[in-house]
Every structure is written in C-alpha cells, then in structure tokens.
Ligand binder design. Structure first.
Ligand SMILES: Cc1cc2nc3c(=O)[nH]c(=O)nc-3n(C[C@H](O)[C@H](O)[C@H](O)COP(=O)(O)OP(=O)(O)OC[C@H]3O[C@@H](n4cnc5c(N)ncnc54)[C@H](O)[C@@H]3O)c2cc1C
Length: 442
C-alpha cells in the first residue's frame, strides 16, 4: 500500500544508495592508501574526477529500465534525474580537469602528444565526448540530429567516457595500487558496458521470442491513431493499468526506432493491447500507414502511473490531449473489474472534434462511478463541460472540499502539467497522492 511513510522511506533509501555509490570511489581510493598527499587542490581535483566518473557509470544503471531501480519514482522522473545527474557529472569531470591544470601546469603533459600520443588523444577525446553529451542533448534539434541517432550516440559517448576514464585511473595509478582496487574499477566499467549490451542486444533478443501482430489501425481523431497488437504464440504480458511499454514496429526488434507509448486498453486483456498515438515526428507520423498483419515487438511494462496502490475513495484524473491514454487503460480496467470507486476525469482538449475517445468515455461514464468533464480550449460554448484551459477554478469546482482525501493522476502537455501540479500541491495534498507522468523525457 502506498502511504506517505512508505513513499518517503523508499525515496530516502533510493537517494541514499545513489549518493553512497557516487561517493564510493573516494572511500575505495583511501582504503590502504599510504602515499603522501600532493596538496589540497590536487587531491580535491582528483576527488572530483572520481565522483564525476562514478556518476557517469551510474547513468547506465538509471537508464537500464529495471523497474526496481528508481522506485518509488516514475520512469519519466528517473530520466529527468538522469538528465540532471548528467550535468553534474559533466561539471565534476570538467572541474577535475581545470583544477588539476591550474594547480600544477605539469599536468599539461597528460594532453601533450609528444609525451604520450595515445594518452593525449584519449584524454582530449574524453573532454570532447563529455561535452558533446551535454551539447547534443541540449541542442539536438538545432543540429538536425534525429532522436534515434542522438540516443545511440549518447550511449556510445557515455561508454567511451567511462572506459577511457577507467584506463586513465589505472594509468595514473596513484589511488589504485592494490590489485583489488584495479579489479573493482575494471568491474565497474564492465558493468556499465554490460548494461548497455543488455539493453541493446539481450532485451531485443528476448522480445524476438514474443512477437506481436498488428490487428488494426484506427483513426481516433485527426492525427491520433489507435493501434491494436495481438500476442503471437504467447500469452502477452501482465501490466498494471496506466503503465507504458517500448514499442518496435516491423519484423525485427533489433532496430534503433523504439518508442515509449502508454497502453490505452484494459489490463484484464493481456494478449490484445491497444496503444493510442499522436503524430509528432518521423515515427509517429507513419503510424497511419502501418498495415494490419505486420509485426511488432513490445518491451515492458514500465512506470508507476497506476491506481494499484491507491486507497483513496475518490480518484481524480486531470489530463490533456494525448495524456488521456493512461486514464483510458485505468478506466477500461476498472470497468472490466466492476470496480465502483468514485472517479472524476477532467479532460482538456481543443474541441469536441479533436477529443479522442469522446464516445468511449460516454459509455465508460455510464458503466462506472465516473464523472467526465471536458474542458474545450477553442469552443465558444461547451454544454458538456467547461471552456478554456484547466484552471484552479475548474479544478476546485469538481473536487470535493477535502482535497487531501483524493488521489490525483496528472498527464498532459508540459504547459498543462506546469499549471496543474503547483495548484494540487498548493492545496496541501501529500506528494504520495499526486501521480504525474510526462511524455517528453528529454
Ligand atoms: C512514458 C511515456 C509514455 C508515452 N505515451 C504516449 C502515448 O500513449 N501516446 C503518444 O502519442 N505518445 C506517448 N509518448 C510520447 C512518444 O513516445 C513520442 O511522441 C514519440 O516517441 C515521438 O517519436 P517521433 O519519432 O514521432 O517524434 P520525434 O520528433 O523524433 O520526437 C519528439 C520527441 O519525442 C520524444 N521521443 C522521440 N523518440 C523517442 C524514443 N525513442 N524514446 C523516448 N522518447 C522519444 C523526445 O522527447 C523527442 O524530442 C510517451 C512518452 C513517454 C516518455
């Protein structure tokens, strides 16, 4: 059961483990170390290098898609944390570099090809690689780099930094004189590499053994399509309503194109799953041309945007646009389970014509203890709900006075999320009762 205490306890435990692992190389370096100190600034600079490299290595764990890693946070929160940690890792590695050069110019020889060509090449490439990781993430679109190539280069550049960083530590040797210390550092790099291989090779291989077939592709509204997949020769997979999966379309799962989409169908139907997809870029714009009978692969399920642990008697969904998909899965599941809990859905969309699932929601509200409020942005009048954007006034109107007794599920475009989240937390609703999911992870 998700209570405030269990949420805070797991959040605290998770962060503690993360920071202990980040600091571990410092402890490792000092165990049994007998050489004389080279002065504060040099030791400080070296320490930053250790911490930066540990953070880089841990990035592979954060993005390894293990559902236990990151609990109690959602995958999107974990990836945002990964992004922030990446900036810190870059900061630590660059400061390591500058602090050492400024505290003793002899260190310049590390970059001098006349002294050691390979070492100079490797270390200057690391500085370029670690900076490229940040620059390409921040300005990917400006560089015209498509997401899939960015993602591949991101993994490879990070691996390069970790491997060269480890070799650098070995070569300097000041803090890794013992064999067990060397083995630990090599083990650390091997694990980072192993996680990447696991993600890119082992997981697709696992998926290849459980293929899916596209059963139908249906237009919901302009630019939004539902695609139904059926498990071929297996039972499908068990998921909790509201979770998402990584989808690859075509005959092989060994592809760069793998995208996360939330399952919009009932968790009671394991072998036939529906994804509802809005056209956005190169991949999603091709969904309409997918032919029934073609192949698909599904990796998952992932995410914590689920009702499973909610004990609230009233759950409130606040969604916008394509952010309706997890709510659709939850509502369809509750209908299949004959669950009579009280639900309110406040759903923002441009207008009636551009609202996916308008009819399906009507049917669901007749079958469930569900009130659906449509908030139409463009409509002059909206007899079926509200018009404009989802504001605090609208939220208050449809939420019972005892705000903290409800549980909230927020999913929609960034502008909506940024407007709604502070309102809900401003009502004093405890953090474990507010579930947010963002579809833009980078
Ligand atoms: C947890 C989660 C659940 C989602 N659920 C849905 C859903 O139910 N319906 C829906 O329409 N969309 C959903 N999305 C968004 C969907 O993944 C992107 O719209 C889609 O991947 C865009 O791909 P593209 O090539 O068409 O667009 P692009 O123009 O290439 O990408 C646009 C943006 O989408 C994101 N993106 C693109 N490719 C990937 C990728 N391979 N992995 C991760 N992010 C990527 C990036 O933020 C990128 O900047 C979800 C995203 C996440 C993170």
């Amino acid at each position: 059961m998700r209570t405030k205490a269990t949420f805070l306890k797991s959040a605290f435990a998770w962060l503690t483990i993360f920071f202990v692992l980040v600091a571990a190389p410092l402890v490792l370096a000092l165990i049994g170390h007998q050489q004389e100190s080279r002065g504060f600034w040099i030791e400080f600079g070296v320490g930053l290098g250790f911490v930066g490299l540990a953070m880089m290595g841990l990035q592979f764990l954060l993005t390894a898609r293990y559902s236990k890693i990151g609990f109690p946070f959602g995958m999107d929160e974990l990836l945002q944390f990964h992004g922030q940690a990446g900036y810190f890792a870059w900061g630590f590695i660059m400061t390591h570099f500058f602090v050492l050069l400024l505290s003793n110019t002899d260190f310049l020889e590390f970059l001098d090809p006349r002294v050691n060509f390979l070492r100079a090449l490797a270390l200057s490439s690391v500085i370029i690689a670690v900076t490229a990781l940040i620059v390409l993430t921040l300005w990917r679109e400006k560089f015209g780099l498509i997401y899939e190539w960015w993602r591949l280069s991101h993994g490879l550049l990070a691996l390069f930094v970790v491997l060269v960083g480890t070799v650098h530590i070995m070569q300097v040797g000041f803090y890794v004189s013992e064999l067990w210390q060397q083995v630990t550092w090599v083990g650390f790099s091997v694990i980072a590499m192993g996680l990447l291989v696991h993600n890119r090779v082992f997981r697709p291989w696992q998926m290849s053994r459980k293929p899916y077939e596209v059963i139908s592709v249906k237009k919901e509204v302009d630019e939004i399509w539902s695609i139904v997949l059926e498990a071929k020769g297996h039972q499908g997979f068990t998921f909790r309503a509201g979770q998402f999966a990584w989808v690859t379309l075509g005959d092989t799962p060994f592809k760069l194109q793998q995208h996360p989409f939330t399952i919009s169908s009932s968790a009671e139907k394991k072998s036939r799953i529906r994804f509802t997809i809005k056209e956005l870029g190169d991949f999603t714009s091709e969904i309409s041309s997918i032919k029934p009978g073609s192949g698909a692969f599904v990796e998952g399920p992932y995410g914590n945007f689920t009702l499973s642990e909610s004990t609230a008697t009233h759950n409130i969904f606040i969604t916008g646009g394509i952010g309706i998909t997890p709510a659709m899965s939850i509502l369809n599941t509750l209908r299949d389970r004959r669950d009579t809990r009280k639900m309110t859905l406040i759903y923002g969309s441009p207008n009636r014509e551009q609202t996916p699932f308008f009819e399906e929601l009507k049917v669901l509200s007749a079958e469930l203890n569900l009130q659906v409020i449509h908030v139409f942005e463009d409509a002059e009048e909206n007899p079926e709900g509200e018009k404009g954007f989802i504001t605090e006034k609208i939220l208050k109107k449809y939420t019972p006075g005892n705000f903290a007794s409800c549980e909230y599920f927020i999913c929609g475009p960034p502008a909506m999320m940024n407007a709604v989240e502070p309102v809900i937390s401003g009502w004093g609703v405890p953090v474990h009762k507010v579930h947010s999911e963002r579809f833009n992870i980078v």
